[in-house]
Write a protein that binds this ligand. Structure first.
Ligand code: ZN
Length: 293
């Protein structure tokens, strides 16, 4: 039996697990994302303890970003321009590889999540699919013909500009990009209340569904995905998915015949809360692209 270390590294917590090749989670822990040294010390301690008992083959890291995936760059494997204090330019992949003496396969958190969903979840058999997380941040990963999509960079679709009636969004770089309007962090700033505390009939949700719908519509006409999977903490509001689908249909206005209903295309994750962690497992197994330290 092979064992893999999997890390879904998020802006709020690091979800770490030892997973067997048959996808059994042997041990799992969640470590708060504080400053890099403190967080990494705890992550390393968790896996070093497990290495006493298990032979771990490799580590998969699905990491919040932006992360540098250009193997010719001296910043390869680093988190790059995050506004998160202490994490900008942090060499996370190299640190983990060195301290744990393991090959580290890495990609962005959402690229990991779409890979997990493609192999084992809602995007199985899709030629093109997108995983979107709407939580602390807002981001998405794309799979096309079995490959995670990378070009100059990994996609940064959370920074897509969309029309809005809000005067000023909260992205420190662009103001009213979709992350600046619709991430959990931005919602809390706009409405002066955390998203999970906003009651169902609060006007925030209607506006939220309109913003996400414009974003999904842009994906539909750009990438023609068979699936757009909407995950993350903000999507835990059970009414939001259907409100978003209704708004996408309104914007589409019958323009495209897709051969599928919108609620077959825009869906919740098939792996529930485990898309990112299983994505990290898939990366560790070399099923992603070949970004390795
Ligand atoms: Zn932005």
């Amino acid at each position: 039996m092979n064992y893999y270390a999997a890390i879904e590294a998020g802006g709020t917590k690091f979800n770490c697990a030892l997973i067997s090749q048959d996808k059994q989670i042997i041990k799992q822990t969640r470590i708060p994302t504080t400053i890099p040294e403190q967080t990494l010390d705890r992550v390393i301690e968790f896996f070093k303890e497990l290495q006493k008992q298990y032979t771990i083959s490799s580590l998969g890291l699905a990491c919040f970003g932006p992360i540098n995936l250009d193997s010719s760059s001296i910043q390869y494997g680093n988190i790059t321009t995050t506004p998160k204090p202490g994490w900008a330019d942090f060499p996370i992949s190299r640190q983990l590889a060195k301290q744990l003496n393991l090959p580290v396969f890495f990609d962005s958190d959402v690229n990991g999540a779409i890979l997990g969903e493609y192999l084992w979840g809602a995007a199985k058999h899709s030629k093109v699919a997108v995983y979107v997380t709407i939580g602390t941040g807002f981001g998405g990963g794309i799979i096309a013909n079995g490959q995670i999509l990378h070009g100059l960079h990994h996609p940064e679709m959370g920074h897509m500009l969309i029309p809005t009636t809000i005067e000023q969004g909260h992205c420190p770089f662009h103001g009213s990009c979709i992350e600046g309007l619709a991430s959990g962090t931005s919602m809390a700033k706009i409405w002066q209340e955390p998203a999970e505390k906003l009651i169902d009939r609060h006007p925030a949700w209607q506006l939220q569904s309109e913003h996400i719908a414009r974003f999904c519509y842009n994906l539909l006409v750009t990438l023609a995905p068979e699936k757009i999977i909407l995950g993350g903490g903000v999507m835990q509001n059970p009414a939001l998915l259907n409100m978003t689908i209704e708004n996408v249909q309104k914007i589409m206005a019958g323009y495209l015949t897709l051969g599928k209903s919108m609620n077959e295309i825009i869906v919740e994750p098939g792996l529930a809360q485990l898309s990112g962690l299983f994505g990290a497992l898939a990366l560790a197994q070399g099923k992603g692209s070949h970004s390795i330290c």
